[in-house]
Structures are given as structure tokens and as C-alpha cells.
Design a protein around this ligand. Structure first.
Ligand SMILES: C[S@@+](CC[C@H](N)C(=O)[O-])C[C@H]1O[C@@H](n2cnc3c(N)ncnc32)[C@H](O)[C@@H]1O
Length: 269
């Protein structure tokens, strides 16, 4: 690095790196569409993306079918504006007319009833207590049409509460996930995302999360308490040869005690 020149980290855009490293909207929406088709006899039209951030998933939803509409909800005006300038800007006018972004709290947003509500990337873990979580789940329930479905993801495993740092190579940078602290008394964790660049520079704490490490039985119980009639865990199948997940999620009552797992929860109204 020469003096006077900005490092690669200083020139990088944290939202762009996040989308590249963390999100796989295609795989997520494939799962949502396939599961909807198995459970319902009509096409889904309106999808609400809670904690939408840059609204990447909402944009992919409207791109998929001409009858798809999306609402993205996020508290943070800066991240919504980034989404407008970078993601919605890549849609054509007709597609863009089918998306609405709301700078609102997911706990009390009163959007038009949706067929599908998404809470992905574990964003709902940020509600620290049962009353807070149930208040959010109740608002999702109220925000769905009568046969609507709520899709969430979840993570866990015996590595989940450990204070560790994991690295993953991405295209042109390294993604670093840090579980910085875990308090076993209240279940709260501090986690950070850092990005490292090939010139040795680092974007430290590009994203910070303080959340509770909820367990699947707790989440299922709270969804039931909020009114959902059927709450099913979709667990990932195994690729025995590669000794890793195969990307196919099926309804399950029993999961493996893996060090780290990610699954979907499908809650039907
Ligand atoms: C982990 S990011 C998730 C981004 C994106 N949904 C994804 O799947 O990658 C969490 C987002 O939730 C938003 N957020 C946090 N609390 C919220 C609330 N109560 N209501 C709406 N958005 C909230 C933050 O502003 C942030 O953009």
C-alpha cells in the first residue's frame, strides 16, 4: 500500500460485501416457492421481507414472476436508501412498481396482508425476551392472509455459543464471522462481521449484532403461542461423500447434533 492511497477495505462498500458473502437469495426463494407449492394450491403473490436491509430478496421476488409483489420493512433509512440506489435501481420500471419499502418497526408495521412473510438471516434473534418475540410473531400473524405462511431461518449447534472466529474465502475478500461473547445466564451474544482484503487491510466490525441464542423448541413454542397452527422444522439432508449438507431441506422431527447447523422453520397461519 502506498501512502496517500486508500486501502482496499476503505474503498469497499460494506453492504455490497455483505450481499456477496452472506446472502443466497436464489436458494432461499427456491425453498420458499417449492414449499409454498407443496402446501398451497394457488400461487403466492405478495411477499413481505422483514428486516429487509438492502431488499435484495424482495428484488429477486418481483424479478421471478410478473404477478409477484413485495414489501420490504426495515428500521434503518440508510440501508433502505442503499437498497434503492443499488438493488431497486437494477429493476426495470414495471418491476420496481411492484416493490414498496417501508422504514418501520417489524413489531408494529401494518402493511397490506401478505401471502408470505420472511424473517431471514436470524434477524429475529435480536428480540431478547419471550414477550418481545411473541409480540413480533403476533404482528406477523396479523400481517398474513388467512392461508399465509411465515418462513424463518434458524441456526445452532454446539459451536453456536462458543467465542470463536470463522473465516471464509469469497470472491476477492475474506468474510470473518466472530462470536465475540456469550452470556449463559441470559443467552445473549455479541457477534460481528469483519471483511479482510487482499492488501492486508480489514474492515473491522462492518456489522454488529447483539442477539439471544434461541433454541428451536423455544422458537416453535413461541410461534404456536402467537397463533400459528402448524410449525414445522425443515432440516438439511446430508451429502455423505462430502460430509456436508446437500442443500435440500425436508420436514423433520429429529435433527443431528452437529457443531453448526442452519435450518428453516415454516409456520402456517
Ligand atoms: C441481520 S440484518 C438482515 C438483512 C437481510 N434481511 C438479510 O437477510 O440479510 C438485520 C436488519 O434488521 C433491521 N432491523 C433491526 N431491528 C428491526 C426492527 N425492529 N424492525 C425493522 N427492522 C429492523 C436492521 O436495520 C438491519 O437492516
Amino acid at each position: 500500500m502506498r501512502l496517500g492511497r486508500k486501502t482496499m477495505a476503505a474503498q469497499s462498500d460494506r453492504h455490497y460485501l455483505y450481499q456477496e458473502a452472506v446472502q443466497d437469495t436464489e436458494a432461499e426463494l427456491d425453498f420458499v416457492e417449492e414449499t409454498w407449492a407443496e402446501l398451497r394450491d394457488r400461487p403466492a403473490e405478495l411477499l413481505r421481507e422483514d428486516f429487509c436491509g438492502t431488499a435484495n430478496t424482495a428484488c429477486d421476488w418481483v424479478r421471478r414472476q410478473p404477478w409477484h409483489h413485495a414489501i420490504g420493512v426495515d428500521l434503518d433509512g440508510e440501508v433502505l436508501e442503499w437498497g434503492r440506489l443499488n438493488n431497486l435501481a437494477q429493476l426495470d420500471d414495471e418491476q420496481r412498481a411492484r416493490i414498496e419499502l417501508l422504514q418501520e418497526d417489524v413489531v408494529d408495521t401494518l402493511s397490506e396482508p401478505a401471502d408470505i412473510v420472511l424473517a431471514m438471516n436470524f434477524s429475529y434473534y435480536l428480540f431478547p425476551t419471550r414477550p418481545d418475540m411473541i409480540a413480533y410473531f403476533r404482528n406477523v400473524y396479523e400481517g398474513l392472509v388467512d392461508d399465509g405462511i411465515f418462513f424463518l431461518d434458524a441456526y445452532g449447534g454446539y459451536d453456536a455459543p462458543r467465542e470463536i472466529e470463522e473465516e471464509r474465502e469469497c470472491d476477492g475478500f475474506t468474510y470473518v464471522w466472530e462470536q465475540a461473547s456469550f452470556n449463559p445466564i441470559n443467552g445473549m451474544m455479541d457477534c460481528f462481521i469483519h471483511f479482510e482484503c487482499p492488501d492486508g487491510s480489514r474492515m473491522d466490525r462492518a456489522f454488529s449484532y447483539r442477539w439471544r441464542l434461541w433454541t428451536l423448541p423455544e422458537v416453535r413454542e413461541m410461534l404456536a403461542e402467537a397463533g400459528f397452527s402448524d410449525v414445522t422444522v425443515y432440516w438439511e439432508g446430508a451429502d455423505e461423500d462430502a460430509n456436508e449438507g446437500n442443500g435440500i431441506y425436508e420436514p423433520a422431527d429429529v435433527g443431528d447434533a452437529d457443531p453448526g447447523w442452519v435450518c428453516y422453520i415454516v409456520a402456517q397461519r
